[in-house]
Design a protein around this ligand. Structure first.
Ligand code: CNA
Length: 367
């Protein structure tokens, strides 16, 4: 991983540790090459749970899967022996029913403004692509559900066939050798996609790093924050602190002990991003892009569903149903229920909080 350290004192580009300072940097055209690093936190508002958030995260909701440990769901050896739990999870989070959030559209807006160098994402949900952000601007560092291949002979699977299998709770098999098909997401023990390594030179050029919605617990992705030159400002937008350290050479230095360049904005991603957009005067553009983009997706998906329903009616849906794997159905239903309960609880908690407020006065490794 490239690393820039220098003993030269470069004057800080930031006035203080505020979002305003970061916005000013962009307005002053001192940050025209922006790298955005993202994680599961940017998709929780879309309805996709992250891994580690207590209570609502996936790791706390896989009890029924009877995994030896939660990470086993992304473990290659476990998958080879028992692919059903992975496919039950895939059935729940498969692309095609979740819409990109304002944070996803903000990244596209950065691109439209000519400011985005690249979006490195740990997410596998493909929501970045759905905003219309060109593929060459995205590095899916842990792969994605967009493609799939056979774990025995590497033959690429037809996306449509895999989607159908996942929808109908079936484990897809290779048409050539009958091996297991796995979406090209990076499991433990697998190396990251070539595209990740091919684009690391970007970090030499970056003038601003924005890190959103990640616990920065997964290596080597987490170390990317140290790959920009050591005068480059870095902004973290996350609900909780992440990546902070006391070291001069690695991790965020939010106390400005060594360099005056790191800013932590502890907030919900979308709320923080909306504030940043407002400071930049981009809030209307962001809102329009978000609303129109998701309306278009909704229309596309409704049409696709209709066409699919017609096709299934013609082919005889009952035949497909007989082929469904009961274990996958049961696990997926249990997960869906748990996630629904969590959603209800968190909105109840929110309502409770708001009520209390009103009462007082008239928000691959270590996967
Ligand atoms: P993580 O370890 O679960 O961390 C998520 C972080 O986001 C935590 O620090 C949360 O506090 C924070 N967070 C959650 N919701 C919000 C919110 N609305 N606003 C602000 N902050 C929020 O997930 P990471 O991405 O750090 O870990 C990397 C793993 C997660 C990758 O390998 C992914 O493949 C994997 N993952 C991806 C998805 C997805 O594609 N949507 C979902 C679940 C897991």
């Amino acid at each position: 991983m490239p690393k820039k350290t220098s003993n030269k004192t470069v004057p800080s580009l930031l006035k203080d540790q505020s979002l305003e300072s970061i916005a000013q940097l962009i307005k002053d055209k001192k940050a025209s090459k922006v790298i955005v690093l993202t994680g599961a936190g940017i998709s929780t508002k879309a309805g996709i749970p992250d891994f580690r958030t207590k209570g609502t995260g996936l790791y706390d909701n896989l009890q029924k899967f009877k995994l030896p440990y939660p990470e086993a769901i992304f473990d290659m050896e476990f998958f080879e022996e028992k692919p059903e739990p992975f496919y039950a999870l895939a059935k729940e989070i498969y692309p095609g029913k979740y819409y990109p959030t304002k944070t996803h559209y903000f990244i596209r807006l950065l691109h439209e403004k000519g400011l985005l160098l690249r979006n490195f994402t740990q997410n596998i949900d493909t929501l970045e692509r759905l905003t219309g952000l060109p593929e060459d601007k995205i590095v899916e560092a842990h792969g994605s559900f967009a493609t799939a291949s056979c774990i025995e002979c590497d033959k690429e699977a037809v996306e449509e066939d895999v989607r159908e299998c996942v929808k109908h709770a079936k484990v897809p098999r290779c048409e050539k050798c009958d091996g297991l098909i796995k979406p090209d997401i990076t499991f433990f023990g697998e190396s990251l996609p070539n595209r990740f390594f091919e684009n690391l030179d970007d970090f030499d050029e970056a003038e601003l790093l924005i890190v959103i919605g990640t616990s920065l617990k997964v290596q080597p992705f987490a170390s990317l924050i140290d790959s920009v030159a050591d005068h480059v400002p870095r902004l973290l937008i996350n609900k909780e602190m992440a990546g902070a350290s006391n070291s001069a050479s690695s991790g965020f230095d939010f106390k400005w002990r060594h360099k005056r360049r790191d800013v932590a904005h502890m907030d919900d991603c979308d709320t923080g991003i909306e504030k940043l957009a407002e400071l930049l005067g981009w809030q209307d553009e962001l809102h329009e892009m978000f609303t129109k983009g998701n309306e278009k997706l909704k229309a596309q998906w409704t049409l696709q569903d209709l066409l699919q329903e017609n096709k299934e009616e013609e082919e005889g849906e009952s035949v497909k149903k007989e082929e469904e794997d009961e274990e996958i159905i049961a696990l997926a239903e249990d997960l869906e229920k748990r996630l629904e309960v969590n959603k209800e609880e968190s909105s109840d908690q929110k309502e409770g909080k708001e009520k209390r407020k009103e009462e007082k006065q008239p928000s691959k490794n270590n996967l």
